[in-house]
Design a binder for this molecule. Structure first.
Ligand SMILES: NCCC[C@H](NC(=O)CCC(=O)O)C(=O)O
Ligand SMILES: NC(=O)OP(=O)(O)O
Length: 313
């Protein structure tokens, strides 16, 4: 594995999931003892920050962490500009320097939700790929969150009760405009997995066809929930009316009554979750909720990915 930016960086998904589960049950070899992981955050994080550090430490790696948004120089990302404004350092120089200090780099860089073409070019992530000279791990980019999706798939494999479960990705309301990265990525991974995927959302919340081409879309949430084995809730802002909130309709909140329409489905969310907006306490605190096993699996998705990258150094 050269980089970990999307599902396309693995040639065999089931072997990646199987190895993650094997590392979880049998222990982790310390193959990274003389190697350093750098984690670069342009945005906040709890799970990604901690689980990726813990994963690196299990492999014997040293870890350095930088919140570039708060502690670094303001970075310029455009090519060829006269830097006489408020940006003090170009990303091509910063990435190259960080690549000299670290053997593997992880980068979190959310979208602005203002300019769709700019966000979907994933410029910050690709600048690191281009200029750091090191393997790059996406810690959630403008358009994808592959470590989350891999953890989600491991969790589904661990908890499924039928060979090919019905997995429903449902939009749910939220007070703020959020990225499409988590749902884009979830769809991209579930399409490659042995599941029946249905996506449900209000009109106007269609994701980019680059991700949803060939996927079943159902605008009636109750119909989507019928017979589901897993309910995966997430808010996202509109892709078509880019970055806008088109609905705050509370009838899309996942409730115990909605869960009763399913095949005793398990409930999933990547966290952080707005309780009683996305999903009610009754669902989150029920035995059907997988939010904690899912978050725990972030350690195992990071461990298997870092192991594969170390093996390719
Ligand atoms: N890494 C997991 C999700 C991160 C981000 N959520 C958020 O920003 C939630 C913030 C809030 O609830 O105010 C997202 O949706 O992509
Ligand atoms: N799920 C997830 O990525 O959480 P953080 O944003 O806290 O890292």
């Amino acid at each position: 594995m050269q980089h970990f930016l999307s599902v396309h960086d693995t040639d065999n998904l089931s072997s990646l999931v199987a190895e993650a589960r094997q590392l979880k049950s049998a222990g982790v070899p310390k193959i990274g003892q003389d190697k350093t992981l750098g984690l670069i955050f342009f945005n906040p994080s709890l799970r990604t920050r901690l689980s990726t550090q813990v994963a690196a430490q299990k492999l014997g790696m040293s870890v350095v962490v930088m919140n570039v948004d708060k502690d670094g120089w303001k970075l310029e990302t455009a090519e060829g500009v006269v830097m006489d404004g408020d940006t003090a350092e170009h990303i091509k120089d910063a990435a190259a320097v960080m690549g000299q200090y670290c053997d593997v780099l992880g980068v979190r860089a959310f979208p602005t939700l203002k300019n769709r073409a700019e966000d979907y070019s994933d410029r910050i992530l690709h600048s690191f790929v281009r200029y750091a000279g090191r393997p790059i791990v996406s810690l959630e980019s403008a358009i994808r969150h592959p470590l989350q999706s891999l953890a989600d798939l491991i969790t589904i494999e661990e908890h499924k009760t039928v060979a090919r479960p019905k997995v429903v990705l449902t939009w749910a309301p939220h007070p703020r405009a959020l990225p499409q990265a988590v749902p884009n990525s979830f769809v991209e991974w579930m399409k490659e997995a042995d599941v029946d995927l249905v996506v449900t959302h209000p009109q106007g919340y269609e994701l980019s066809e680059d991700f949803t081409k060939g996927v079943t879309i159902e605008h009636d949430q109750n119909r989507a929930f019928a017979g589901a084995d897993f309910i995966y809730a997430k808010n996202w802002s509109s892709y078509q009316d880019y970055g806008q909130i088109l609905s705050r309709d509370p009838s899309w909140t996942v409730t115990a009554e909605k869960m009763a329409l399913t095949n005793q489905a398990k409930f999933m969310h990547c966290l952080p979750v707005r309780r009683n907006v996305i999903v009610t306490d009754a669902v989150l605190d029920s035995p059907q909720s997988l939010i904690l096993p899912e978050a725990e699996n972030r350690t195992w998705s990071a461990t298997v990915v870092l192991k594969r990258l170390l093996e390719s150094l």
